[in-house]
Design a binder for this molecule. Structure first.
Ligand code: V47
Ligand code: SF4
Length: 374
């Protein structure tokens, strides 16, 4: 849509929505109240048009993806998040899996001589898989394949490892960085507001701890991502509060690469009674995230969760990244009822998915350096 057409749409809105649109056209930051108003009163076409305007100003038609694979060391977890369909409590670990270091290295070796640029390692919090264990894993992966970027361990896993090892955040991160950790994924953020966090994941690291780990990592030169689990018992104010804390941290460090809204899926967990959000709600959330998080370079739609068609559509609502060519080793979403039961997509499939909606596919590495344009 041309800028003139966006301006015309902005001028047709009632007062408050119009002034927010004008701010966005002027490249000005919107306030929390304005973000909330967009959620409450903005129509989907209006939010989509504004978010797409911002997205195209930043990236044009470019749509990023990377070639990665996942390792999930274990689904045994000492925590008991009610939304989680994946973890098996430590006491019931006969229903779970625990991979040894050599088994994980064998997964890495499957990709020898293949063009994957990243390994993503996230799992449950197993009491026996401690800091030295994971440091050895990182060292072995780096020794085998030094060029592979290791994005590993959510702040939840890191917090547990560091506390058990009696190390400060900085000491723990330095230890892992020296062993080969390159960056940190965005999981474990859920919803920061304590009144919601206490109800959905009371026993793991809180917002202050999650943010402190990401801040320390950024200060050591490591980049990270941030997620938000939405569409359960939180309201719009909680979503804005969550994004405000991320925007403030990003102002201080600039270390976040991408924001990933994660839609709550309700299969086989303690919160199955909560209805899933509508697709309209999903796209509104992507669009408001693009408009509110003006200092985040990228907004990512995680396609296994959304499904391929909705991932395509999300590109018109502020999203510029659809993650990677994941193979079927990831279970955390399929167990929660995601659209894709065995998520796997080849590079050719991702490229044609993006081209079908008239965007330009760009393969990136973890830090968004361009690997190949299509
Ligand atoms: O924090 C768990 C989510 C996250 C459910 O950084 C659920 O590139 C929906 O870290 N419904 C972990 N979501 C995943 C993660 C991640 C994923 C993709 C990309 C990146 C990245 C990081 O999975 C958890 C939690 O929010 N999750 N259960 C569920 N029922
Ligand atoms: Fe454990 Fe993560 Fe599941 Fe929470 S979401 S129970 S920390 S695996």
């Amino acid at each position: 849509m041309s800028k003139e057409a966006v301006v015309r749409l902005v001028n047709e809105q009632e007062n408050n929505l119009k002034s927010i649109g004008e701010k966005i056209l002027d490249n000005k930051r919107i306030t929390d109240e304005e973000g909330l108003l967009l959620f409450e009163k903005g129509s989907l076409p209006y939010l989509g048009t504004l978010a797409n305007y911002v997205r195209e100003n930043l990236h044009g038609q470019k749509t990023f993806f990377n070639r990665n694979f996942h390792i999930e060391p274990t689904n045994v977890c000492v925590f008991s998040c009610h939304f989680c369909s994946y973890s098996r409590l430590y006491a019931k670990r006969d229903e779970g899996w625990e991979l040894g270091i050599d088994q994980m290295l064998d997964i890495v070796k499957k990709y020898d001589n293949k063009p994957e640029t990243e390994v993503h390692i996230v799992g449950g919090v197993h009491p026996k898989m401690n800091l030295p264990y994971f440091a050895e894993l990182l060292r072995k992966i780096k020794a085998h394949r030094p060029d592979l970027h290791i994005k590993a361990f959510t702040a939840v896993e890191l917090d547990y490892m560091f506390r058990k090892a009696k190390l400060s955040i900085e000491e723990g991160l330095k230890f892992l960085q020296e062993a080969g950790l390159d960056s940190i994924p965005g999981g474990g953020a859920e919803i920061f507001a304590p009144e919601i966090r206490e109800k959905i994941s009371a026993d793991k690291v809180d917002a202050v701890g999650w943010l402190a780990i990401h801040e320390a990592a950024h200060k050591m030169g490591m980049h990270s991502n941030a997620t938000m689990l939405y569409g359960h018992i939180e309201n719009y104010e909680h979503r804005i509060d969550h994004m405000r804390q991320l925007r403030e941290l990003q102002d201080r460090t600039g270390g976040f690469n991408t924001f990933i809204p994660l839609k709550f899926r309700n299969k086989d967990n303690d919160m199955s009674y909560v209805a899933e959000s509508s697709v309209v709600e999903d796209f509104k959330t992507y669009a408001v995230a693009r408009l509110y998080l003006d200092n985040f370079p990228h907004i990512k739609a995680y396609w296994p969760m959304l499904g391929r068609k909705n991932a395509q559509l999300s590109l018109a609502f502020g999203v510029d990244d659809i993650d990677g060519t994941i193979d079927d080793t990831t279970k955390i979403y399929s167990m929660a009822g995601s659209e894709e039961q065995n998520p796997a997509m080849t590079t050719e499939e991702i490229v044609s998915l993006i081209k079908q909606v008239n965007r330009q596919p760009v393969e990136r590495d973890t830090l968004y350096n361009v690997v190949q344009e299509y």
